[in-house]
Each structure stands twice: as structure tokens, then as C-alpha cells.
Write a protein that binds this ligand. Structure first.
Ligand SMILES: Cc1ncc(COP(=O)(O)O)c(C=O)c1O
Length: 379
């Protein structure tokens, strides 16, 4: 906390808590001077496999969550004119990568409770018209991939997970997020549950042939120096990011528990005060089906609530203020099957409250008191 304010996240506190370990890891890289891929990246991949329960050799460390998605689509041959089904309620990159390949994002409405793509929206679509399903686990809540599987199999539609916000998540059967489709794509943007000191991300692919393809794509499609067999990109993770991530990854399970604990505290406190009648509260799920990347409440009075919180010194964020199908960037290429009212309404009502592991009990109590003090609820 600074000056009695409650920040939305406090990365400096997270860094400070691991300062010595991080400095030592960074110094090691500076001393050996091999800055791209190398031993640190291999060590991060192996550690990630152990921590998340992924098979050996399945993790590919890359330059960002966006590049993880882009190369996953490239590995599936997504190209001009292809259609990819996805959610309108996500970060830009989810649909941006589809459009960058000349393909068309096809937006299906969301479930108003989970805020993830509603599998029922697939029923009216012919799977043979689609190349891939890019499914997002928004705010760290595992999406219902299983409910989409039969539709995908009917048309040979590849399932790609945008798991940018869902590291260490699992589905209801305990299967790790990332292994629910052909490729799982994760972001290590600094504010993510596992954040680098810059841009980074990783992919997971259970099929060794797919993992190999992604590795080849990561370095311009090269199979040996200056000899490429496919068009890839520079999607490599650098050694400094891998060194930082390996230090932090050792703490991720604890941080994930702490996130869920904070979400649970909000849930109890809001219900105790009867605020569940005024606010849409996120379903608690379980600590693995929801890794609590964001704690997002809903209110038709969202903008006034946010202004009130700001006045009380409590930071909040709006994820997401505009659905992807409404963005000018997708005006020419994006498609829908009609209006998407749930996504539209969510964008008007959602408000993310601070929930990071660095949020102290006192600071969280201030958030709770500030929400309770809002006089604009209609109850
Ligand atoms: C849902 C989602 N997809 C994709 C991305 C892109 O990840 P990155 O910022 O690491 O490129 C992000 C995060 O920013 C995200 O939240």
C-alpha cells in the first residue's frame, strides 16, 4: 500500500519479497552471457512441467502469450479465409492473432455466470466451416472445453486454449488446463499469476509431434542453422526471463492458494453484509477450477461504484470495457451469428477488485468496507 491507498496490484512488493533470489538468478545469466534460449529456458520448461503436471518435453517457452497463440494457430495451418470460433469477452490478442493470419474470428456469446464462451452457442454452427476453436479461460476460470469437444470432433476443429490467465488451473476432473486441447497458450506478462520481468509466455502440447512443430516455429522454422522447413517467427523466450520465472514458479502454488483465499474472503464478507443481493459475485468454483487471476463483480451501477471506490482510495479495473466484436480492428474480418447480448452486458457491468497475493488483510478490509459504503446499490 502507498499513502493509505489500495493499489490494484503491487508488482514491486512481489519482486521485493524475492529480491535476493532474483538478483542471483539474473547475475548468473549476465555472467555467462548466453541470452537467448539456453539452459535457463530448458530449466524453466522442465520446472513448469513438474509444477503443472504436464508430460516431459511438452512445454515450449516463448516470447509472449500473444506469440504463443499466434504460433499455435500457425502450427495448425490457420490461414487466409479460415474461420476460428472464439469469445468476444477477452483481451485483444485472442482475436488479434486470428486476424493477423488472414483468418476470421467468429464470435460466440458468453455464459453470463462464468463469463467464458457458452458452448451452447456452437450448436447452430456447422463445425465443418471452422478450422479451430480458440477457447479462453477468462479470469483464470477453467472453460467448459468438454462441452465443446463433440462439436469440434464432428468437424475436425482444433481446440486451442488461451490459458493466458489460467496457469496451474485444472478442469473438474483434475486435468491440467493446457492439456484440454491440442495446444495450451500461457502468458507471463508481469501482472499475470506468474509474471516475468518483461514479456514472456509458454505453450504446452501433449503430442510430441505438435510440440516439435511449435519448437521449430519458435526459431523461424529452422531445423538447423540457416535452414528453415516452414515459416515461423522469432518466438523465443530469453534467458533472463526464464531465470526470473523459475524463481517465481517455485512460489506459484502458494500464491495461487493466496489468491483463492482472498476471493473466498470477499465472497464471505459480501454475503455477510447482504451485498450479494446488489452485486453479481463470481462463483467460487474450486481452488483449481478457478485460479483467480481476477476477482470480478458485476453491477449495473459499475461506473458509479468505481468512482466511489477511487474516492475511497481503492483502485479497481474494468476487464473488459468493450467486446471484441465491437472493435474497429475487427469490423471487416470479425463475424457473429447475431447479437451477443451477454458479452455486451458484461462489458457494461464488470469491475475487477484487487486480489493479488500482496493484498494484505487490512487492505482487503478497506476494499470490502469501501464497497459496502457505496450508496448507489438498488437493494
Ligand atoms: C486472455 C489473454 N490472451 C492473450 C494475452 C496476451 O498475452 P501477452 O500479453 O503475454 O502477449 C493476454 C494477456 O495479456 C490475455 O489476458
Amino acid at each position: 500500500m502507498n499513502d493509505g491507498q489500495v493499489p490494484f496490484v503491487d508488482i514491486r512488493r512481489e519482486t521485493a519479497s524475492l529480491k535476493d533470489e532474483l538478483v542471483e538468478a539474473v547475475e548468473r545469466v549476465l555472467d555467462h552471457g548466453r541470452f537467448i534460449l539456453g539452459d535457463e529456458v530448458k530449466a524453466f520448461e522442465a520446472l513448469m512441467e513438474r509444477e503443472a503436471g504436464f508430460p516431459k518435453g511438452s512445454v515450449i517457452a516463448v516470447s509472449s502469450g500473444t506469440d504463443a497463440l499466434l504460433s499455435a494457430l500457425m502450427a495448425h495451418g490457420v490461414g487466409p479465409g479460415d474461420r476460428v470460433v472464439t469469445t468476444p469477452f477477452s483481451f485483444f490478442a485472442t482475436a488479434g492473432v486470428i486476424a493477423r493470419l488472414g483468418a476470421r474470428p467468429f464470435f460466440v456469446d458468453i455464459d453470463p455466470v462464468t463469463l467464458n464462451l457458452d458452448p451452447a452457442g456452437l450448436a447452430s454452427l456447422n463445425p465443418e466451416d471452422f478450422k479451430a476453436l480458440l477457447i479462453v479461460h477468462v479470469f483464470g476460470r477453467t472453460a467448459d472445453v468438454e462441452a465443446c469437444r463433440a462439436w469440434c470432433q464432428a468437424g475436425d476443429v482444433a481446440i486451442i486454449e488461451d490459458a493466458a490467465q489460467a496457469v496451474l488451473g485444472r478442469d473438474e476432473t483434475g486435468k491440467p488446463v493446457g492439456l484440454l486441447g491440442a495446444v495450451g497458450c500461457f502468458s507471463c506478462f508481469p501482472t499475470k499469476n506468474l509474471g516475468a520481468a518483461g514479456d514472456a509466455g509458454f505453450q504446452v502440447a501433449e503430442d510430441p509431434a505438435m510440440a516439435g512443430r511449435l519448437r521449430t516455429l519458435r526459431t523461424h522454422g529452422q531445423i538447423s542453422a540457416y535452414d528453415s522447413v516452414m515459416v515461423g517467427g522469432n518466438f523465443r523466450m530469453d534467458a533472463l526471463q526464464a531465470a526470473v520465472l523459475s524463481v517465481k514458479l517455485r512460489h506459484l502454488k502458494r500464491w495461487t492458494r493466496e489468491r483463492y483465499h482472498r476471493a473466498d474472503r470477499y465472497d464471505r464478507a459480501f454475503r455477510d453484509r447482504g451485498l450479494d443481493r446488489a452485486l453479481g459475485l463470481p462463483p467460487m468454483g474450486t481452488p483449481t477450477t478457478w485460479v483467480v487471476h481476477q476477482y470480478v463483480v458485476r453491477s449495473p451501477e459499475r461506473d458509479r461504484l468505481r468512482a466511489h471506490l477511487e474516492q475511497m482510495g481503492v483502485a479497481s479495473q474494468i476487464y473488459y470495457p468493450k467486446p471484441l466484436h465491437r472493435m474497429e480492428a475487427f469490423a471487416r474480418v470479425g463475424e457473429t451469428n447475431g447479437p451477443l447480448p451477454e458479452a455486451e452486458r458484461a462489458c457494461e457491468e464488470v469491475l475487477a477488485l484487487p486480489v493479488s497475493p500482496q493484498l494484505s488483510v487490512e487492505a482487503q478490509d478497506r476494499v470490502i468496507d469501501a464497497v459496502a459504503a457505496f450508496d448507489g446499490f438498488s437493494i
